[in-house]
Design a protein around this ligand. Sequence first.
Ligand SMILES: N[C@@H](CCC(=O)N[C@@H](CSS)C(=O)NCC(=O)O)C(=O)O
Ligand SMILES: [Fe+2]
Length: 255
Amino acid sequence: MVFHTTPSHASKYLFRQLFEKDSSTYTYLLADVSHPQKHAVLIDPVDKTVDRDLSLIHNLGLKLIYAVNTHVHADHVTGTGMLKSKVSGVISVISKASNAKADLLVESGDRIVVGDLVLEVLPTPGHTVGCVTYVTGDGPDQPQPRIAFTGDALLIRGCGRTDFQGGSSAELYKSVHSQIFSLPEETLVYPAHDYKGFTVSTVGEEKQYNPRLTKDKETFKSIMENLNLAYPKMIDVAVPANMVCGLQDPVPTTH
Ligand SMILES: N[C@@H](CCC(=O)N[C@@H](CSS)C(=O)NCC(=O)O)C(=O)O
Ligand SMILES: [Fe+2]
C-alpha cells in the first residue's frame, strides 16, 4: 500500500508546513533545491513569525523570491510587508480580485514559477471575494501527488466562514466543487488554518467526509448562515493592514 501523506520529489523540492499558534495559521515554505539558486516561496506568512521563517530560510540556504497570500486575512496581519522590508527583492502576491495592493496581482490561470516548481492560480471566492487556491502543476517534474493550498476556502473537515469581506456561501459552494473537488482525489489539501489539530487532507477525503461541503447547496447555505461565530478579534486591524499586504513599498533594511 502506498501512503500519500507527503509529496514526493523530496530531493528536488523542499516543503515545510509552519504554524502560528495565536491565529492557528499555517504558513508554507516551498523551494526548488535542485537549482543552485534555491529559489523559495512562502504562502500565507504571518507577521509574528516572520523572523522564525527567515531564520529557517537562511539555515536551509534558500533565496526567498515570493511572499504569497491566499486572501486578505481577517484574523492576523500578513508577514508579506515585513518580508519585503527585511529581504530585498521579495515580490508580494495577492489576487487582483481582492482589490488589495501587492507587487503581483494574480488571476485565474496565472502561474507562479519558483525554479521548476509551478503554482497555478485557481479562483476560489466565497470566504472572501478575492480568495484563491494555489495548486502545484500536473507535469511529471512536479510534486506527486499535486498539492492544493486552499487558504480558508476549504479547511480540513470545514471551510471558511462567509459572513464578511464579500463572503457568499453560494459562491463558496461553487468554488470548492468546481475548482478544488475537480482536482485528482489524491491531491493533498493544505489549508491556511486548522483549529482541531489536523495538518493535511486530500481532495478525496474532503469529498467524502467534509461535514459541510458533502451536503447539497441549500443545506450548505443553511449551515453557513447558522455558524454564529464571533468576529475575529483582530479584524479591524488586520483587514486594513492586509489590503496593503501588511506594508507596501517599505523602507528597505538590511538583514
Ligand atoms: N477566533 C478567531 C477567528 C476564527 C475564525 O473566524 N476563523 C475563520 C478563518 S480566519 S478569517 C473561519 O473562517 N472559520 C471558519 C470556522 O468554521 O471556524 C479569532 O478571533 O481570530
Ligand atoms: Fe480568512
